[in-house]
Write a protein that binds this ligand. Sequence first.
Ligand code: SAM
Length: 276
Amino acid sequence: MDISQPVARTAFYCCVIRADDAAGADPICGDSFAARFVDDQVRRDLAPATRLRNPAVSNVTRHRMVDDLVREALVSDPHRRVILIGAGFDTRAYRLSGGRYVEIDDASLLAFKEQQLPAAGAPNPVDRIPVVFGSESADRYLGRLAGDDRALVIVEGVSMYLSDDALRQLAAALMRHLPNGTLICDLMSAAFSRRFGGALRKAFTSLGATFGNQSAQPSEIFVRAGMTPVTHRSIPGYAGQLGRLSIPRWLLNTLLRELRDGYQLWVFRWGSAAHA
Ligand SMILES: C[S@@+](CC[C@H](N)C(=O)[O-])C[C@H]1O[C@@H](n2cnc3c(N)ncnc32)[C@H](O)[C@@H]1O
């Protein structure tokens, strides 16, 4: 399958490891639809990245943590809009009960997704919106989705590819167009990326994906933009709690604190919704 946008190719990485997780005896996330996007060629191309065990475990754990947050949000409001920016091969519209899903991503990726998993077959409403990320601003594509509903926005596995400036623009666009929204976003510190992300970065660079040149703590960009952090939780820490990380817990709490704290799942709100 031909996807021209280099970062979009990284979506296949998430798929391979979610497919493997779902096929295992004790899945962390259990995304049984992920295998639809994976073939032998994809597996071969991504082998240098997928064989790195701890990043793969963190990635699947991240997906499970987001699943849990979305499930929780849908209990009180099953009709809530769930807007996935850089949706990739996210299959939550098929797996979770409730939600009205908006999947935003590269046109060729969404065309392939539609072929393998048609939106019309989902038990929940799904809208797929193609965007040319390099030339269409967040302000523009989010402007088309503007509303004062309690939209849940998911930006998962995306922030590390964006520059500080792009993150600032994204934050401003979210606050402008979705005044009662909530953002769920994984954020990686520069120190984490330097110390623990090198091997994966190298494997992705060979796919053509470049990483954003980011500030020490990307969460500060969202806070400075006026967002309020509601919760944040360590992704490797949760993987450790699930007993899936091949690093002893004591090490994570001492010498490897940067591993524990440098990659977290954040939830932000803004405006009056921040105090709701
Ligand atoms: C690693 S994948 C993650 C996909 C999905 N969210 C998941 O967790 O499986 C990164 C995704 O970001 C998308 N992307 C690329 N540039 C982007 C941008 N400027 N803004 C938002 N998403 C972007 C890619 O097309 C790709 O689908």
